[in-house]
Structures are given as structure tokens and as C-alpha cells.
Design a protein around this ligand. Structure first.
Ligand code: TRP
Length: 324
């Protein structure tokens, strides 16, 4: 049985290493299996909830697409599209809005966290999980790949699907979340969860100087070279263990435990490892990112097929609601 797998990423900021580990790498890996049908989209409508500078948004959008492509997303085998090009997503959002209890959204962790920090809370931000439910439910996926922070949004999606099915008739399949367990928490340079809203991200596609600068800014304690260090509480090591080979990880771990490796050296090793491991991808990214024509062509090619799938589901909804 072919499994349909779907994921989306925002383009409100640059895609960072945390996104790569939790979403991009596993999605690309799963898409190589012919028993899977993969759908990947750039959530440009979600990004509007937090970014109003259209130039930045557009730039991020093409960078995001270029990152997916340079990491090896096979667009002949995957539907790769822009969320905004699927009209049915906004149409379905309205119908789902009319079924979603206000309290369910008011209690969502992501909204509560953001509403404490942001001075301008817009309705779009509040409604974020419903738009996300439409992204998902229209395509009837078996699995949705998300980072751990998005787990609740998938629960909300399942709840909304259930409410719809009970109210109007069985249309939606309840999707399962696929969370990659060993990369649940990637720390950023300041030790908090890596997130664009904390400005603590590492981007493997940054130019050499910027990448090195960010790695050098990783916070550590004040232990000297000779001191024994705790790998489990060190941000450098926590990032390193997610990208280095098993024996390299073990090697650094031993040096931490026994002493003899300075944080400065550990940072240099992390930097070199990223540069070497992603050499090809970094090169490709620089080639693709400015080729807007190519990116548009790829996204456009998938759009029609994606619209067809979405429209099939939307038609069922409209038939039940006599909206035709
Ligand atoms: N909210 C997701 C994030 O911030 C992006 C997203 C939007 C998404 N719609 C989705 C992810 C649907 C999976 C499925 O990363």
C-alpha cells in the first residue's frame, strides 16, 4: 500500500539546521522509497502571519525552495508546491473555522507562547492551526512530518477532522504525526531550542564567514582545555552528534569526558564537519538560489497535480454542504 506523506515549512525566516534535521532530511529520505507518495509545500500563507516585508518573504521563499532542491528533493517523485497556489486551502479554512471551538485555538501552546512576545497579534496567527488543518486534510495524507513543537497542531487537525466528519459526513482521514525521535530537541547557539524566533539558529547554507561566526557565538561554560566536560549539557556537542559520523561523535565524547579538548577546538571541528559534510549541497544551493526561473518552473509543474488532489476533497466538502 502506498503511503501518502505530507509536510510543509514556513518561509518566515531562513530554513535552519533544526528544520533540516527534523523535517527536510527525513522527508527527502522517505521520498526515495517508491512505496511513499510525498507532498512538500512552502507555507507562504502561514508566513504572512509573522512577516509583512514582502521582499524578505519572497527571498526566503526562493531560498527555502533552493534548500529543498539542493538537499536532493526529487521533484519528479514528489509534489513540491507553494501553499498559496492551492486555492482550496483558503476555501476549506473558512468551513473549518466555522467548526473550530474558539477555546481550542486559544489554548494552543504555540499561540500562547507567541502571544506573550508579540505586540501585534493578528487573527491569522490565532487561526494558524486551522489553516494548517486545511493544508493537511485536503490532501488526505497518512502521515505528516513535523518537528516536535508542531505535535499539538496535528492533534488539533485530527480533532477538526473528527468534528467535520461527525457534523457533515465522512470526508477526512485522521492523519498521524511522524516525529523523528532522536532529533526532538536541537539547541540553538544560546542553548534554547533552535528557532528563528530566538535568533539562535545555525544555517548549513550560510557562507563560510557567517557560519563560523554563528558557531563561535555558541554559549559554553568557562571550563578550560584540560578540564573534563559534560557532553550532554554542551550545545556544541549536542549539535555535533546530530551530524557527525558515529566514530567522530564517540571521539569527541571521550575528549569531553577525559579533558583535553577546548571549546574553541570543538567549535572548529563542528564548523569543519558541516563544511565537509554539506560541501555538495552548499555548492548546489549557491547555483540554484538565484535561478528563479528554474525554481518557478519546478513549483509550477507540481501545482496542477496538487490542485487536482485538493479539488477532489474540496468537491466532497462542497457537495455535503450544498455549496455547489
Ligand atoms: N507550522 C509548520 C512549521 O512551522 C509549517 C506548516 C504549515 C506545516 N502547514 C503545515 C507542517 C502542514 C506540516 C503540515 O514548521
Amino acid at each position: 500500500m502506498i503511503k501518502r506523506i505530507l509536510t510543509g515549512v514556513q518561509c518566515s525566516g531562513e530554513i535552519h539546521l533544526g528544520n533540516c534535521l527534523s523535517v527536510l532530511f527525513p522527508t527527502i529520505e522517505l521520498s526515495k522509497n517508491n512505496n511513499n507518495q510525498t507532498l512538500v509545500f512552502i507555507a507562504d500563507l502561514h508566513s504572512l502571519t509573522s512577516v509583512k516585508d514582502i521582499k524578505t518573504l519572497n527571498n526566503n521563499l526562493y531560498n527555502a525552495a533552493a534548500k529543498w532542491l539542493s538537499l536532493g528533493l526529487d521533484y519528479n517523485n514528489t509534489l513540491f508546491y507553494r501553499q498559496s497556489r492551492i486555492n482550496g486551502i483558503c476555501e476549506l479554512t473558512w468551513v473549518l473555522n466555522c467548526l473550530t471551538p474558539y477555546k481550542m485555538l486559544a489554548n494552543a501552546h504555540a499561540f500562547k507562547d507567541k502571544s506573550n512576545n508579540l505586540s501585534d497579534i493578528n487573527t491569522g496567527l490565532f487561526d494558524y492551526p486551522v489553516l494548517m488543518s486545511s493544508d493537511i486534510l485536503l490532501f488526505q495524507p497518512d502521515y505528516v512530518i513535523v518537528g516536535k513543537d508542531q505535535k499539538q497542531h496535528i492533534e488539533i487537525t485530527r480533532d477538526i477532522a473528527g468534528i467535520f466528519n461527525r457534523t457533515f459526513g465522512d470526508v477526512f482521514k485522521a492523519p498521524k504525526d511522524l516525529i523523528i525521535k532522536n532529533v526532538e530537541l536541537i539547541p540553538g547557539t544560546d542553548g534554547r531550542k533552535m528557532s528563528k524566533s530566538y535568533n539562535n539558529t545555525i544555517d548549513i547554507f550560510d557562507d563560510d564567514t557567517t557560519l563560523l561566526k554563528k558557531i563561535k557565538s555558541i554559549k559554553t561554560d568557562s571550563k578550560s582545555e584540560a578540564d573534563a566536560k559534560d557532553p550532554d549539557t554542551c550545545v556544541i556537542f549536542s549539535i555535533y552528534k546530530n551530524i557527525a559520523e558515529e566514530n567522530q561523535v564517540q571521539d569527541m565524547k571521550n575528549k569531553y569526558i577525559n579533558g583535553g579538548l577546548s571549546y574553541k577546538n570543538a567549535k572548529d571541528i563542528l564548523y569543519e564537519t558541516i563544511i565537509n559534510k554539506f560541501k555538495e549541497e552548499r555548492y548546489k544551493f549557491n547555483q540554484i538560489k538565484n535561478d528563479i526561473g528554474l525554481i518557478n518552473k519546478i513549483l509550477k509543474n507540481c501545482e496542477i497535480k496538487a490542485q487536482q488532489i485538493a479539488n477532489e476533497t474540496l468537491l466532497k466538502v462542497k457537495e455535503l454542504l450544498k455549496l455547489l
